[in-house]
Design a protein around this ligand. Sequence first.
Ligand code: SF4
Ligand code: SF4
Length: 168
Amino acid sequence: MVCHSRRDFLRGNLAPDETDQMRPPGARGDFASLCDRCRKCTEACPEGIIVQGRGQRPSLDFSKGACTFCGDCARACPSGALLVELVAEWPWRAEIRPSCLSLQGIACRACEDACETRAIRFRLMTAGRAVPELDPERCTGCGACAFTCPAGAVAFRRDLPAAVGARE
Ligand code: SF4
Ligand code: SF4
């Protein structure tokens, strides 16, 4: 699910085709109009998780690894489309989809083990089953769970729409 505020659209902070794009941390609300596709952020990322997304502009790919929020991508950005001071305002949060193995009765706790902030805990059910529960308050949106999940069951939703376009 991708959410955005009506105010952001009216102020032009978010282009309609940008709300489902996971741009690198530090992306301004008007990222698409500022990014000139130079790929310096892609080259700077020590985790190698920045790929070319829609419009050949950078997006994160958690199938390649997790984000440490080091800010190297933002520091490397010459256009100002990424700002270091916005890195901490990363707006994406994980959510576990029904394709999760544990939700289908197959034992797996890969995401719990991967999550440094312990945002994912397993709740014991009957017959020895356990199902994951994700605390969005603890989740940093780092992507470690998505990288680890063997079923590709972790998706991300934009949880903090106002912060994305906070700096004009
Ligand atoms: S913050 Fe660091 S780890 Fe995350 S995408 Fe940018 S360069 Fe890569
Ligand atoms: S995105 Fe990171 S912090 Fe959030 S649940 Fe997954 S591993 Fe934990």
